[in-house]
Design a protein around this ligand. Sequence first.
Ligand code: PMV
Length: 344
Amino acid sequence: KKMSNLQVSWACPSNIALVKYWGKRPQQLPMNPSLSFSLKKSQTRTSVQLLPISQPRLTFLFEGEPSPFAARIEKYLDTLSIEIPWINDYSFRIESENTFPHSAGIASSASAFGALALCLAELDQRLTGAEKEPEQFIQTASRLARLGSGSASRSVYPGFAWWGKSAALRGSTDCYALPVSTNIHDCYFRLCDAVLLVDSAKKKVSSSSGHELMNNHPFRDARIQQANNNIESLLRVMQTDDRLRFLEIVESEALSLHALMMSSTPSFVLLKPESLHIIEKIRSFREETGLPVGFTIDAGPNIHLLYWDEHRNAVHTFIQNKLLTFLEDGKWLDDRIGMGPVKV
Ligand code: PMV
């Protein structure tokens, strides 16, 4: 029977990768395993309403306005309809908003496809009557999210998540992400992420063309090896309170990502002079104070300053006094590890 007007809503956080996903195979399968944690404040809220098929195929509103992202969502729905036949029986009204500023330098495709996939997974359950265990439900959502944006597969979990087959991870798969819950020292659940906005301009290289650069990359095999080794080392380090070693691996991952982009054909330098100044300041602050502060970076110029909750005051003073001058309009986002998506 038809269920037009059925509506579901989810809020899903963005995530920040510690071991980076860079390079993919067909079907949005990763070239290497990755590991991330979900953020708390940076979320997308999405509601999906089913409409009779007589309505236009897709009405998509982002923060109340029509958005060019609609084309990508329509393509995504077409892709999914191959395995979820009811998608072709309805039209869709999708409304979405972010809880973080537009140009904050946060990857919004992870939270956006995370929230949308959770809505579609729930609708699938309601329409097919095939109730799933919570664990299966979230794996389905992760797999659907992956088909929208690879990194989105990791956004449907609280805390730490990994995605991609790796010898270090029993039961790991390329098809969906899984939570990393056991054997992580408590201290890592107090991680904070100050997103330092260096430049909010649109990315010079889209992530899909970025992934493509890995296909014929001279360092491809070494990169796959490196990511596997880093996941293994990081998981071992995270069993203990060894924050400096943790940050050492995380920084190496971030700089490796940029080194790969600089050494690909065509080549991209996405870091700005300000990004490099900030990296130097963070490293000398760590040396001078002994505090565990470090950074990670995605495929752009903005720096994610990683630190621990108990050092919040010292780190915020450091940002105010030493880093503000390098930031676009002095802007940064005060985020931290979060508890994953919620049904709203
Ligand atoms: O999910 P995509 O295709 O936008 O790729 C994201 C890639 C990085 O953000 C650079 C790394 C990662 O693992 O999130």
